[in-house]
Design a protein around this ligand. Sequence first.
Ligand code: OAD
Length: 295
Amino acid sequence: MAPRTSIDEFKELVNSSNRVLALCGAGLSAASGLPTFRGAGGLWRNHEPTALATPDAFEEDPSLVWLFYAWRRHMALKAKPNRGHYALAELAKKKDNFMCLTQNVDGLSPRAGHPDTKLRLLHGSLLDNKCFDECGFIDRNNLSDPVCPALAPAAEDYPPDKTLPLLDPNVPVPPVKVEDLPHCPNCKTGLLRPGVVWFGEPLDEAMLEEVDQWIQEGHIDIMLVIGTAAAVYPAAGYTLKARKKGAVVAVVNPDPNSAAGLLKKDFFFQGDASEILPQLFEGVIGKMDDQGKIQ
Ligand code: OAD
């Protein structure tokens, strides 16, 4: 049975809702110019981005992995939050019982002013650097770009009609010596690594417990699933958990396949999150202009 698609009906539900959970993915930041993982976006210098996102890849070639992350960091720092990030941040300010779980590591939700008590960075942050030897050191919200002088080739700007040499598979990867990569100032032995969760690594246990506790606290009115292929666990499992607490599920995604599994009582809004979210929340947050400001 097809889900509902009426914006007006959903607005009423948002207005009257008490507890709302949101799960966000790379599609939320697509309108800010950041590529998603699956679908369009493709390879990074003949490497699958997911193959570079592992502790083994870092062990084998820390310079290559750092160049990839330094480039993603540069892109994220250059990007601006879009109306989707601002709409979620406003909703979080207006609703006492709102929790937003994001898989995004780009820092755009915090930069949109999303209150951090109502935001959980499930997969960490590109802007945190932590010790690969796990001495416990973590440098949070480091905005240096490049991270260190040796990674400058990843932080170059280039005209839209040109390929950055770093991204051109026909140009050799710039040589970066391991000793010139950032090292841990605490233990002095380990390399620093990006503070993101890699494949094969667990998510922060205390954070997961806290999220589960929030879910168990009571009935959930709405589960928003925004711009995610919902292919990576445990993040993808939150929709089912919210359903068990009574939630109506609302998916915002341009891909019609993302509506699979939705019920008649659910909602599917096909399109760009930056356009749709401000409309969906308008009754609670007010009208938003093109820049993401509430009028
Ligand atoms: P994906 O790249 O898997 O999915 C992005 C989703 O966004 C797709 O379903 C697109 O259809 C949708 N999308 C594209 N443009 C959109 C737009 N303008 N508005 C709304 N939706 C849009 O990204 P994630 O689901 O975030 O994990 O990927 C989950 C995790 O896999 C990431 O956090 C990362 C990756 O490997 C780690 O790094 C641990």
